[in-house]
Design a protein around this ligand. Structure first.
Ligand code: SAH
Length: 398
């Protein structure tokens, strides 16, 4: 006789995982790789019952026929009604933000695995929601409509926009879609973080939005920022606009002209004068450092240098070059805010890099705060991949 749970789950396809896969699941990790499963004839995006190598039930998962991550666990129990579970999880995610998010009408409402909805990202920009689907299971019509109706009931947005990541859809063998509004007609709005105003445009021209994961770090950085400030890799001005409140002058640097155009509009919206420079940050820092330029506050927030484990070493070299130059350019008593959003560079490696740069700079360097991503981007204790952002605030005394 089959055990009861297996009998209930028998309406689903069953996938058996290897010993190694089962160990991962028991340790609380939701991902099992293709090499650890045997899944013949399972439909793309199917809800599946998962068993260990001996046939013991491990729970229920979402299957992907084309991703390296073949299954993503969604429950250690039996799930028969996925749209119902998705509704409940979206509601829970909304409640979690109500408890933790303050000083903003822009935050991440759903963060994929960290909200037990693998492959779904939802951001709120005031009265417009933007969502992104990254897995086969989340793309089914039943799930999409369950998610959209729950978000509408919970948050009453003026509009909902889909943000398509064409590359991910291709990797997941999902049909192509175009970005744009899927509900409502309002494509543009304004949102506020820590009292600073920003433009949001979900549909037209240069896509706007924000690095919502840095929101709490903006507030932390502005508490230390002073004097003349340089925001390197400024994008649409997230740090720069926050620094403007406590600094005598702010310069933002980015290689993207469209990003700087939006940054300038954001500055105008806040009645701030900020100097924007379109340049390669590495070249500019080199020139400024050799020209003897000095600042009181420097922010470094580069894009992810390490896209995979293989280029961690090169990435760390890049970080070190930037951080060393910045440390040398700070006046005594200066503040450095240095970030990395590369998951593959661990916090320990990042701190070690900061130590090396500090030693080479011959400055007195002290760490004021070791920070991560805003709380609306939750970190799961059992899933190291959910912690990716490092933001270290440093004092350079002498
Ligand atoms: N600090 C920003 C986010 C930065 S995202 C915020 O809080 O909103 C990284 C930015 O680095 C992007 O805007 C990208 O255009 C820019 N960038 C990438 N490579 C660069 C380079 N070599 N020099 C200058 N900017 C670069």
């Amino acid at each position: 006789m089959a055990p009861k749970s297996a009998a209930v789950a028998s309406t689903l396809s069953t996938i058996r995982v290897s010993r190694r896969g089962a160990q991962r699941v028991r340790a609380g990790h939701p991902w099992i790789y293709q090499s650890d499963v045997s899944a013949h004839g399972v439909a793309p995006g199917a809800l599946v019952a998962v068993q260990d190598e001996r046939g013991k039930p491990l729970g229920t998962a979402l299957y992907s026929s084309s991703s390296q991550i073949a299954i993503r666990m969604i429950s250690t129990g039996v799930v028969n009604d996925l749209p119902r579970l998705a509704r409940k999880r979206v509601e829970d995610a909304v409640r979690y933000r109500e408890k933790l998010v303050s000083n903003t009408d822009a935050y991440r409402v759903v963060f994929s695995e960290a909200d037990f909805l693998p492959g779904l990202i939802v951001d709120r920009y005031n009265d417009i929601l933007s969502f992104q689907v990254l897995t086969q299971a989340m793309d089914s019509e039943a799930i999409r409509s369950a998610i959209l109706s729950t978000l509408t009931d919970q948050l009453r947005p003026a509009a909902i926009a889909e943000r398509v990541d064409a590359r991910v859809r291709e990797l997941e063998s999902l049909p192509a879609r175009t970005s744009g509004l899927v509900q409502g007609e309002k494509g543009r709005t304004e949102f506020t973080m820590n009292g600073v105003r920003f433009l949001y445009d979900a549909v037209e021209g240069q896509k706007t939005g924000a690095f919502l994961d840095q929101r709490e770090n903006y507030a932390a950085a502005s508490a230390y920022a002073h004097g003349e400030a340089l925001d390197v890799f400024c994008y649409q001005g997230g740090f720069a606009l926050h620094l403007a409140g406590s600094c005598s002058g702010v310069t933002g640097v980015d290689s993207s002209r469209p990003a700087l155009e939006v940054a300038d509009q954001n500055a105008a919206l806040n009645g701030r004068e900020i100097e924007w420079i379109e340049a390669n940050a590495f070249d500019l820092l080199k020139d400024y450092a050799s020209g003897g330029r000095q600042y009181d506050t420097i922010v470094l927030d580069p894009p992810a240098f390490a896209k995979s484990k293989r280029n961690v070493e090169t990435a760390v070299r890049g970080y070190k070059e930037l951080n060393l130059r910045a440390m040398k350019m700070l006046r005594p008593g200066g503040t450095l805010v240095t970030c990395s959003c590369s998951y593959h560079v661990s916090e320990a490696e990042f701190l070690a890099m900061i130590g090396e740069a500090a030693a080479d700079s011959r400055r007195q360097v002290r760490i004021l705060e070791k920070r991560g991503q805003s709380k609306d981007h939750p970190v799961l204790a059992t899933v190291p991949e959910t912690a990716y952002l490092k933001c270290v605030i440093i004092d350079v005394s002498v």
